[in-house]
Design a binder for this molecule. Structure first.
Ligand code: PMP
Length: 403
């Protein structure tokens, strides 16, 4: 059993008052708040060890480099990767997916090749492939959904043909808060010798992920959604793919030898980490994952599942409230009658309650659902049933004002 009150004390921002009401922060799918140990790490790195990594013989540079590489090792263990050089630090999920689109695409794809994504993807797992489509002439195939917003696995199986080169799928939808059967999706792709990129932006904060057990070829996630700092994320890739893939960005650190007539590239992971990395953010991300390990990802999952089930039970009592999909532990998207979600969100905001409204960067899913957007409440380990009660009171009040 977690002591949520103790956990909350580690998050200074949770003591804020918004319009003189206690903050009820239910926008965790957009970004999580940060525990004090992560905030302090950022300050400590600048105060005690700031120097550019990898290039210096001097003491501070070596200390900073060691701390950054320890963080890589923390990430490796966190996701169960075989080698730490399979962990590439990026700016976040978006950059990780763009890296794969550009480098995997540039190395392995040609006109007429096909990739598979799904109807429920975030724009960051759609647009990079469209850019590649414009560049190379590849085809994008889209897995349809069944009536209750689940991936249509039978239709997915039918999308494979001799030209299929990659599957790129969200593990958990940021709109529906539902977990896709990622192991089954990977196994089906592998039976066709097709690799899979898992968008783990919404799963890494909420469930144990072991890339070896899943046999995922790539995994992308963002630090800021898992109690870490903004501006830093991860791409995991199997060594065999990363070795073969051309670099993404060119610049310092990613090279072995530069001549005007020929440049050779550095080894993994540095081949994909051009320029000065956000080593401060990377070190703080390591601290965030250590924090998650201390609380226990299974404990986090259990608590968030309980919260979600409680919130669903309460929400279903509200007349004319529609829930989209079958949320199982991180986020709930809903609409009430013909109330515009932005109006609902604005009234809740005045009560100190932060939810997100809009299309959630998933316009094709909104088109499929035939709606412009939803209201979304999303949970983290520090949320409580009392906060959900406050949300319900807020919704009831908003409904009275708006109907
Ligand atoms: N994929 C999913 C499923 C997401 O929820 C998000 C963030 N909302 C992203 C990708 C993009 O993450 P970031 O903006 O941190 O790069």
């Amino acid at each position: 059993m977690l002591d949520i009150e103790d956990i909350r004390k580690e998050f200074p921002i949770l003591e804020s008052r918004i319009y003189n009401k206690p903050l009820v922060y239910l926008d965790n799918a957009a970004t999580t708040q940060k525990p004090k140990c992560v905030i302090d790490t950022i300050s400590n790195v600048y105060t005690t060890m700031n120097a550019n990594v990898h290039r210096g013989v001097h003491h501070l540079s070596q200390v900073a480099t060691i701390a950054m590489e320890e963080s890589r090792e923390t990430v490796r263990k966190f996701i169960g990767a075989e080698h730490s050089h399979e962990i590439i630090f990026t700016r976040g999920t978006t950059e990780s997916i763009n890296l794969v689109a550009s480098s995997f695409g540039g190395t392995f794809l040609k006109a007429g090749d096909e990739i598979i994504i799904s109807t429920m993807e975030h724009h960051s797992n759609i647009v990079p492939w469209q850019l590649l489509q414009a560049r190379l002439g590849i085809k994008i195939r889209v897995i349809p959904l069944t009536g209750n917003c689940k991936l249509d696995i039978e239709a997915y199986k039918q999308l494979f043909n001799a030209n299929t080169r990659l599957v790129s799928i969200a593990h958990v939808s940021n709109v529906l808060g539902a977990t896709n059967p990622i192991k089954e999706i990977i196994d089906i792709a592998h039976s066709h010798d097709v690799p899979v990129l898992v968008d783990g932006a919404q799963s890494i904060p909420h469930k144990k992920i072991d890339v070896k057990e899943l046999d995922a070829d790539f995994l992308a996630f963002s630090g800021h959604k898992v109690y870490g700092p903004t501006g830093v994320g991860v791409l995991y890739g199997k060594e065999k793919w990363l070795e073969a893939m051309q670099p993404y960005h060119g610049g310092g650190e990613m090279i072995k030898r530069v001549r005007f007539d020929k440049t050779t590239f550095n080894e993994l992971p540095y081949k994909f980490e051009a320029g000065t990395p956000d080593y401060v953010g990377i070190i703080a991300l390591g601290k965030a994952l250590e924090w998650v390990n201390r609380i226990g990802i299974e404990n986090i999952a259990t608590h968030e599942h309980e919260l979600t089930m409680y919130a669903l039970e309460q929400l279903r009592r509200i007349p004319a409230l529609r829930i989209f999909g079958e949320p199982d532990g991180s986020a709930i998207s809903f609409l009430i009658g013909d109330i515009h979600p932005a109006d609902l969100g604005t009234i809740l905001d005045r009560l100190g309650i932060a939810i997100r409204t809009g299309h959630h960067c998933a316009q094709p899913l909104m088109d499929y659902l035939g709606i412009p957007g939803t209201a979304r409440a999303s949970f983290a380990v520090y949320n409580t049933k009392e906060e959900i009660d406050i949300l319900m009171q807020g919704i009831e009040r908003a409904v009275k004002m708006l109907s």
